[in-house]
Design a protein around this ligand. Sequence first.
Ligand code: ADP
Length: 215
Amino acid sequence: MKSIIFIAPPAAGKGTFSSMASKDYNLVHISTGDLLREEVAKDSDMSRKLTDVMNAGGLVSDEIIVSLLKQKLESISVGYILDGFPRNIAQAEILDNMLGELGQKLDYVIYLEVDKDTALSRTTGRISCPNCGEVYNTNIKGSEPREDNICDKCGSELVRRDDDNASTFIKRYDTYLEQTEPLIAYYKEKGILHSVDSSASKEEVYPKIKEIIND
Ligand code: ADP
């Protein structure tokens, strides 16, 4: 049973590689961004609050995230990949405590390195299928849909995330530098940090991730 977390700036490939590795290694993929977007789609008082925070590029409160995540972690008995959590030191400490109570530990923390301009370009080009979840990118050669704005797999119309625009990206990136980047030192000290250059294509980057997990 393997447990993996990804740490990365926005649009560095967390979601993509979590999804590839979860299939290859039979792991449950838990994306806190996806869990939040599911809540947002419910159109409640809570969803309106979440929308405001996410579109401003900030972080949702630790309390909300932890309650969403706890339900998930308690219900799985196989290995998992956490995509988007922890995102600050307080969340990392909460995770350490939760895992301690469950008698589990983290195996790999994978840091995906990418420069700000590349991340910006990936953010503004990202579109996805609301029906089957397939992700495309109009700013990356070879990642565009065959037909403009139409999913190759199921024919649905593709959508852009509300927070995938240049001005929200800048705030998300600042939030990352301020709150999430300190996790690199936190996990380095624990001896479980692995860094991967994620600026190349996913076909080039993914084998490096597999090498880490196969170890
Ligand atoms: P990204 O591609 O920017 O990494 P995610 O889908 O992981 O996107 O997250 C989208 C947004 O959801 C974040 O900008 C943040 O507002 C919120 N979010 C996701 N995970 C967390 C978390 N662990 N703590 C607080 N907020 C979170």
